[in-house]
Design a protein around this ligand. Structure first.
Ligand code: FEO
Length: 572
């Protein structure tokens, strides 16, 4: 039974659904959320899922985002007398799920908050009045009657340090909050339409979960001990039921690939401080594009040995400046410095937290150790927006490419010479893809482009996973394909091959016009097409995008397309 309550303002709605006996999902549907957070790149909105289980005692799992305050609290009061809530389980303390815990506690004075030790520490800073609380860890259980026994599973660092999963033995529902979620807003409660959600599911994994692949595999191992799981009741998007096995298997495969990467970069920062989480996610996303394994450590909660172990074996170190006031994080940085080696590369960022440790002092210490800086320190001076996150992502990719360089050169040399020469005889044209989304624009030279359909007119293009433009070429995105002219392309080619610092304007000094779809057209190109990405296929180190053409023009009818002949096929 589904009940949609009235809209309080455009595009914020709440859905309540009975998903199992005595179990109600309260889904806050945020149809329009699409900006600023890099993981919302697919622009399909999101949901914040909360759950109510009514045995002889009543349990509320997570709440909602502050923007749903009135709507959520009214809905909750319509379902249950809040005074009868016995437990509030807080899966982790990020505000999109715990933002209304304080409000609910005011309505439910007898409720005890159940959370991990770290989450309760965070929560004490967020909730102003004293409240009843209990630490829970793996294996702990509460019996709330009517057969509902809830077991807790520690799942730290997914993607916050304080996460727990909860498993109801009666309904075999596992409540995972961020893990196994997706930013996809739809009135369908479950995952029946795999095709509609798979791109968002993957994109979300890459942005939020990929950098925590080891933690995820550990959590999945613990999930394996729970027995049959019927439903994964996540915190964002449709719940996993129809395709639960396929989607959890995807998580396993992607995480194993990440966790076994030979080259690892350590990402050290203080979670929940300033804008550090979003910035770190963006950098982590960029690192993954370069094919490196990313391991994340929260300087505030990690053990010193853990910090040293990762800092000692990582090829690259990325550090978000901790608050000056955090003695624990300062100690973490000192222990990290004590094992840093001159073969490593480093990248530093400050998170606009107001109390950041000075970046230059630490930077100088790394330089004195002979450690190379992979990108200029990222200094956030105002609230970060889309272009800041994009620059962070590019910085991550730069560092990733730097640490992967030696290995990639080795791989290029190790292929079969005859085979690679034969492959090199596949020739292609020369193009420049240009795209703009919000404040962010990008470009890349492309040559693996080929027509793929007549009706509609469509083509495919191969985009290497470490391309910065990748986030502007998601399904549904629009861009321009500029065709270069034979005998008249060197200037454009040279310009767009130049390496720039993260955040630099790719189009400075180039003549452009604006296409109807908003992307730049290169005035000196032979032809252009306005295109839309329709589908994508993952092919090892590239994405193959199938795109349709919506408009186009040729500037010189007699001229021909620049052709690229190569000698070998194992690099560009
Ligand atoms: Fe969806 Fe970690 O909050």
């Amino acid at each position: 039974m589904v009940a949609i309550s009235e809209k309080v303002e455009p595009r914020l709605t709440i859905q309540t659904v009975e998903i199992a006996p005595n179990t109600t999902a309260i889904r806050s549907l945020d149809w329009d959320r699409d900006r600023f957070d890099i993981e919302f790149g697919l622009q399909n909105g999101t949901t914040y899922n909360s759950y109510l289980i009514r045995g002889e005692q009543t349990v509320l799992i997570d709440t909602s985002h502050q923007k749903f305050r009135q709507l959520y609290l009214d809905t909750l009061k319509g379902l249950v007398n809040p005074k009868t809530i016995d437990y509030i389980i807080v899966s982790h303390t990020e505000p999109d799920h715990s933002g209304l815990v304080e409000d609910v506690l005011q309505l439910a004075p007898r409720a005890t908050v159940l959370a991990s030790k770290v989450a309760l520490q965070f929560l004490e800073g967020l909730v102003h009045d004293p409240f009843s609380k209990r630490i829970v860890k793996s294996g702990d259980r509460i019996d709330i009657g009517k057969g509902h026994e809830i077991e807790f599973v520690s799942a730290p660092n997914l993607h916050w340090p304080d996460t727990i999963f909860s498993f109801d033995r009666k309904t075999q529902i596992l409540y995972t909050c961020d893990a196994f979620g997706m930013h996809f807003c739809d009135s369908r409660t479950f995952d029946e339409d795999l095709e509609a959600i798979e791109a968002d599911f993957r994109f979300y994994y890459d942005c939020l979960m990929g950098p925590n692949a080891r933690s995820l595999l550990n959590a999945m191992k613990r999930m394996g001990d729970l027995g049959k799981i019927q439903i994964i009741a996540n915190g964002h998007g449709p719940l996993l039921y129809h395709h639960l096995d396929v989607l959890t298997e995807c998580y396993k495969t992607w995480s194993q690939r990440q966790a076994t990467a030979e080259t690892v970069v350590g990402l050290f920062y203080v979670s929940g401080y300033g804008h550090s989480d979003r910035l770190a996610h963006a950098i982590g996303d960029g690192l993954q594009k370069a094919g490196v394994g990313v391991e994340v450590i929260d300087l505030h909660t990690a053990e010193l040995q853990e910090i040293q172990e990762l800092a000692g074996r990582a090829s690259g170190l990325i550090i978000g400046m901790p608050p000056t006031s955090s003695i624990v994080a300062q100690a973490g940085i000192s222990s990290l410095l004590s094992v840093a080696k001159n073969k490593q590369v480093v990248g530093l960022f400050e998170s606009y937290g107001g109390d950041d440790e000075p970046i230059d002092t630490l930077r100088r210490k790394f330089i004195d150790l002979g450690i190379k800086e992979a990108f200029p320190a990222i200094r956030i001076k105002e609230v970060p927006g889309e272009s800041t996150y994009k620059s962070c992502e590019e910085a991550g990719t730069d560092l990733g490419q730097l640490v992967m360089r030696e290995r990639n050169i080795k791989q290029i040399k190790s292929l079969d010479v005859n085979m690679e020469k034969a492959l090199g005889r596949i020739s292609s044209g020369l193009y420049i893809v240009t795209a703009k989304k919000g404040d962010v624009s990008g470009a890349m030279i492309a040559s693996w482009v080929t027509q793929a359909s007549l009706q509609p007119l469509g083509f495919t293009i191969a985009v290497a996973k470490d391309r910065a433009i990748d986030s502007l070429l998601q399904i549904g995105d629009r861009f321009v394909l500029n065709v270069l002219e034979e005998g008249n392309y060197q200037d454009l080619k040279k310009h767009f091959l130049k390496r720039l610092h993260p955040g630099a304007d790719r189009f400075a000094g180039v003549k452009t016009q604006t296409a109807k779809n908003g992307s730049p057209i290169l005035t000196d190109a032979l032809a252009y097409m306005e295109c839309e990405v329709v589908t994508s296929m993952e092919c090892s180190d590239h994405w193959i995008l199938y795109c349709t053409v919506e408009d186009g023009r040729v500037s010189k009818p007699e001229a021909v397309t620049a052709v690229r002949h190569r000698k070998v096929g194992n690099y560009y």
